[in-house]
Structures are given as C-alpha cells and as structure tokens.
Write a protein that binds this ligand. Structure first.
Ligand code: EPZ
Length: 443
C-alpha cells in the first residue's frame, strides 16, 4: 500500500472551541439525485446552490459520459440532456466503487435509450448496502436485469409499465428509483412503505416542475401517474441538514458557538429536540439569509437515549457527529442504530482517544429492530464525560470521518487525521470552514 499523501492528512491542534459562521448549500443527498433527474427531461435543467463536493463531481462525470452537457453558471449547474447516449462500459467503470448514484440511472436510461449499464456500486463502507429493492422494483416495471462481468445490464423489451410496489423497508434510494422510473412509465404506480425524507419530497417537487404527476398520500404511500414527456426544471434544493447537524455537533463537542447559515428548522426538528435535551442551545433565524445558531451554553451536557430511524426520526447520518458530543455528557447515553447494521465501527477510534463507548448486538433502549435478530453490533452505550486526547486516526467513511474530525477538535493535543479527502465527498470547503471557525489545523 502506498503511504498516505500529506494532502490527505490533517494535523488538528485540538482544544479550541469553534466560534463563527459558516454556510451550507444544497443537500448532497438531493443534488446528486436532481442531477440524475435532469436525464428525464427534453429540455435543459438548472440546479442552484450546488455544493462543490466530490460526489457532485462524480455524478457530473457520469452524466457527461452519457452525453449530457453540464455547464456552470455561478453556483448553478445547467444540465442539457439533448444528446443522451450510452457511455462505454470501461468509461463508466472508472467510477465503479466510488458512488452509489449510478444505480439511479436505470429508470432514466431505460426511458431514454431502452438500455442501462450500471457499474459495481461503491459509496460508504457501512455494511453491505444491497440493491435488491431497486432491482426488484425495476423488474416489476418490466425491466430485464442481466448480471455481466462489467456490472448490470438492463433492458425493457416491452417498455416500462406502472405497477403496485410495497418496499420491505422505507429505503431512500429505492424510493428514488421508483420515482425516477414511474414518472415516465405507462400508467399508474402505487408505492407503499415509501421513504418520505425531506430530500425525497424535494425530489418530488422538482419532478413536478418537470411535468410529473405525483401524489403523496398519508402512511408512506406515493402514487405516480406516468406521463409521456417531461421538460426541464429550475430548482433550488433544500439545504444540507446533515452538514448543518455536523457543524452543530462540532460546536457542542468543542464548547463553541457556530451559526450555520442556510440551515432550516423544519428539516431538523428531530435533531433540534435532541440537541436541546442534551444541553445544547440553538436559535433559529427565519430571515431570508437566516440559519440556525448552535452553541454550548456552559455547564454540563446531559446523557440521552436515542434511536436512529427513517424520517421523521433521528437520521442515521446525525448519529456519528452527535456521539462525539455525547462523550462529553454526564451519565450513560444509549444509541440504537436501526438504519444500517454496521455504523458504529468508528467508536473504536473515539475510545482510543479516551472515550468510554461499549457496543452491543442487542437492541438497547428502544423497540427491537431488524438487526437484533441478525446479531449485528448496532447499539452503543457512551459513558461520560471523558477527557479526549489527540491521536492518529484513519477515516473509514464520510460521516464517521467528520466525527473523527470533531473528536480531534475537542481533544487536547495534536491529532493526525488520515484520509481527510473522504470528507470532501460531502462537505464543501471543510478546511476553509474550519479555519473560519478558528480551528487550528494544518497539513
Ligand atoms: C441514502 O442512502 C443516503 N445516501 C445515506 O447517506 C443515508 O444514510 C441513507 O439514505 C438513509 O437516510 C444518499 O442519498 C446518496 P437506504 P441509501 O436505501 O439510499 C437497506 C451519506 O453519508 N436496503 O435508505 O443507500 C440498506 O442496506 C449517506 O450521505 C436494502 O436492504 O439508503 C439500509 O439498511 C450514507 N436493500 C436501509 O435499507 C436495498 O435495495 C436504508 O438504506 C436498499 C436498501
């Protein structure tokens, strides 16, 4: 293995509370899907407030390989799908292993060209992350899926037809897959047990702008009436509520005070409740250039019990940054991860720094979930407060990586954090933001 490059290592001189103001742009987990949705239109689309992050670059490359012209207009992307074409398999495979977004090309490519080729999928290392719900749904629409050496090849010999679907779990990606396929399938699709995350609702709004007919019923039921053509969209995505919560947790863990411009209360209500219950303070500014100020009001933080869940529950991506703050709370905190089976591995690094976190296979502190029976280590007990000390850390995935960074900022002494390029996948200009908040970091 080649030694890590100096650019991929950040030396963090911890112990300084973060103070200041940063801004979040469009949500990574909407922007990447919106870019794929542009494939469905017969006109150019405009997406505003696009963050400069690696995941956006990967989707941009993939779109360009498929003949979409992508241009920049300030922080907007203009996506022109007039000449959509198949990409050479070896070109798509350059991105194999780096993103899970290609799976969402299936429906749009089948509609546009009758065929889709999808490389092996990557994304974060958080459990096996299967795509069985996606493939099952595509088959029900009439797609034929062939596994080849290069990945998956899909065709739709009789076109794509609306269908009745019931997801085994309200998967975000599978719901997006169904939306992006059903909007132009012939007839009506009824999707039960759909994900209803704010990013999904925003995708629905964007598709509606393109001409789609989508109804969100109560109880996770979405009905989509297929239409023969879609136009372009002009859309400003919802703000990144994962990035906002990450900086909020960093403010709390370091005893600081951070205003996150662009953050919106409505997308973060569950996070805000937990933030307050552990002793954090926040103030919402609803003005057009507003945001949310998050700070540590002094005194001791309080332990809590929380369970990650699908929306409107506590997001799985909020878990890792907040746990760092929980190492500073008095008492025993319990975290039950119910969305991913292996998303607590990062706690070993926190223990190495002085935290006391024990992980369990049982469903602790909440209702039994699908992982308890399957013997996955998915609950954690955090005993605090613990003094954190600087250490050498290697980042395993995006969100765990940001939690490592927060721990290094909260710790006394110097930490060397390796693999920081992974953070660029989802956090725009994070080093400049750290500098703006007064953090002492260098390469
Ligand atoms: C999206 O992943 C996000 N990624 C994740 O954020 C986020 O953690 C997750 O939704 C949950 O909110 C993007 O939007 C790019 P899922 P996704 O399908 O769509 C199981 C980040 O760091 N499942 O809702 O892949 C799956 O294994 C990333 O920004 C199947 O079993 O998540 C998991 O246990 C990390 N079969 C659960 O469903 C399937 O076919 C939820 O996954 C699909 C999913």
């Amino acid at each position: 293995m080649s030694p890590p490059s100096p650019q991929d290592m950040l030396a963090v001189h911890g112990g300084t509370p973060l103070h200041g103001e940063i801004r979040v742009k469009g949500a990574k987990n909407l922007v990447s899907k919106a870019m794929v949705a542009a494939l469905l239109g017969d006109e150019p689309s405009r997406l505003f407030g696009v963050p400069r992050i690696r995941d956006v670059e990967v989707v941009r490359d993939l779109l360009e390989l498929h003949g979409v012209r992508v241009g920049d207009e300030g922080d907007a992307l203009v996506l022109d799908p007039a000449n959509v074409e198949h990409a050479a398999v070896d070109q798509i495979n350059v991105h194999a292993g780096s993103s899970r977004i290609p799976i969402l090309f299936c429906g749009p490519m089948l509609h546009r060209l009758g065929k889709a080729v999808i490389p092996d999928l990557g994304g974060c290392h958080i459990g096996p992350r299967p795509i069985d719900f996606h493939l099952q749904a595509l088959r029900e629409f009439g797609a034929v899926v062939d596994k080849t050496d290069a990945g998956l090849a899909l065709t739709a010999p009789n076109g794509l037809r609306g269908t009745k679907l019931d997801l085994p779990y309200p998967s975000v990606g599978a719901t997006e897959q169904v939306l992006l396929t059903a909007v132009m399938a012939q007839g009506v699709t009824e999707l039960r047990n759909a994900a209803v995350e704010p990013e999904i609702i925003d995708l629905i709004c964007l598709l509606q702008k393109m001409g789609a007919v989508i109804t969100v019923h109560t109880d996770r039921v979405i009905e989509i009436e297929g239409v023969p053509r879609l136009g372009g969209f002009a859309h400003r995505p919802i703000p990144d509520r994962i990035e906002a919560a990450s900086w909020a947790a960093a403010a709390l863990a370091t005893g600081g005070d951070v205003t996150v411009r662009g953050a919106r209360q409505v997308d973060m209500m569950t996070f805000l409740n937990v933030f307050r219950s552990v002793g954090g303070a926040y103030a919402v500014d609803d003005s057009p250039d507003g945001g949310i100020r998050f700070w540590h009001p002094g005194g001791e933080l309080r332990a809590t019990a929380l369970e990650t869940a699908v929306h409107p529950g506590f997001m799985t991506d909020w878990q890792q940054p907040l746990v760092v703050a929980l190492t500073q709370a008095r008492g025993l905190s319990i975290v039950h991860e119910t969305v991913y089976e292996q998303r607590l591995g990062y706690t070993a690094a926190l223990n190495q720094m002085g935290a006391t976190i024990q992980v369990y296979r049982d469903c602790l502190g909440g209702t039994p979930c699908r992982f308890g029976r399957r013997n996955f280590t998915h609950s954690a007990v955090i005993a605090g407060p613990s003094k954190l000390n600087g250490a050498d850390l290697t980042i395993p995935d995006l969100r765990a990586g940001f939690s490592h960074l927060i721990a290094a900022l909260a710790a006394s002494g110097i930490s060397r954090v390796y693999g920081v390029n992974l953070i660029n996948r989802g956090y725009e200009d994070f080093e400049a933001k750290l500098a703006a908040l007064g953090a002492h970091v260098d390469h």
